[in-house]
Design a protein around this ligand. Structure first.
Ligand code: NDP
Length: 238
């Protein structure tokens, strides 16, 4: 079970990769963390909940379970995401839709479900994991980049809607980060990416987690509507 008296944080896709690092960092800071994924597994000390972001009913059920077990969610990290890469001429409509449905509509579903209790509490943190490809584009990732760019307009609109009620909404835009998503690329593709990163290394999930925990912290209460890269300089903050 989950120890501590901290805030309740829910991380979608918190079972591996960037989400797992974010969940661990929030838990280390004293938050009670719900790790939401399709499998429902969680490391010791965190609450695992089954959640598929493509189902509004499933999202509602997962939040209801977390509220009953831990209390209302004050920090939402919308991190679950997929890629279905291919060039435009071979990009099937269902591959485009599937990526939008998970990455963009999935964020809408969890943010909408999280917002009502946050409005009642008059505080909350919405943090969306986008991508550097939303800022600079990426060949073979038109669907993925579109979904991740959509998160920026979505989050900035929420930032304006919800600021008067003490809720912030921000976007984190990682560059290449060492997870299953990057390991799926060929060595040539990884080297090509690496050559474009001024800092000269692939990032670690902990690099992203450090920014997310800051945005979730009381020290970040005056930051909303921001889009912040964690990309080794790849986008130069576009
Ligand atoms: P991984 O592929 O390692 O993990 C993806 C996570 O998303 C898993 O936890 C997975 O859970 C979850 N997920 C996927 N689909 C769903 C769904 N329908 N419902 C619930 N959970 C789902 O990816 P990363 O850790 O690399 O990526 C995390 C986020 O960061 C993604 O949004 C990604 O686009 C973004 N990002 C990653 C970069 C990188 O270089 N790694 C760069 C820029 C952005 P499950 O176990 O259920 O499959």
């Amino acid at each position: 079970m989950v120890d501590g008296e901290g805030r309740v944080a829910l991380v979608t896709g918190g079972n591996r990769g960037i989400g797992a690092a974010v969940a661990a960092a929030l838990a280390a800071g004293g938050d009670r963390v719900a790790v939401a994924s399709r499998g429902g597994d969680a490391p010791d000390g965190m609450y695992g909940v089954r959640l598929d972001v493509t189902s509004a009913e499933g999202v509602d059920k997962a939040f209801t379970e977390v509220e009953a077990e831990l209390g209302p969610v004050e920090v939402l990290v919308s991190n679950a995401g997929i890629a279905r890469d291919t060039l435009l001429l071979t990009m099937a409509e269902d591959a485009f839709q599937e990526v939008l449905d998970t990455n963009l509509l999935g964020a809408y579903r969890v943010a909408k479900r999280a917002a009502r209790p946050m409005l009642r509490l008059r505080r909350g943190r919405l943090i969306f994991i986008s991508s550097v490809s939303a800022l600079i584009g990426s060949p073979g990732q038109s669907n993925y980049a579109a979904s991740k760019a959509g998160l920026i307009g979505f989050s900035r609109s929420l930032a304006r809607e919800l600021a008067p009620r003490g809720i912030t909404a921000n976007v984190v835009a990682p560059g290449p980060i060492r997870t299953d998503m990057i390991d799926a690329l060929t060595d040539a593709q990884q080297n090509n990416l690496l050559n474009q990163v001024p800092i000269g290394r692939i990032g670690e999930p902990a690099d992203v987690a450090a920014l997310v925990t800051f945005l979730a912290s009381p020290q970040a209460s005056y930051i909303t509507g921001a889009v912040i890269p964690v990309d080794g300089g790849l986008s130069m903050g576009l």
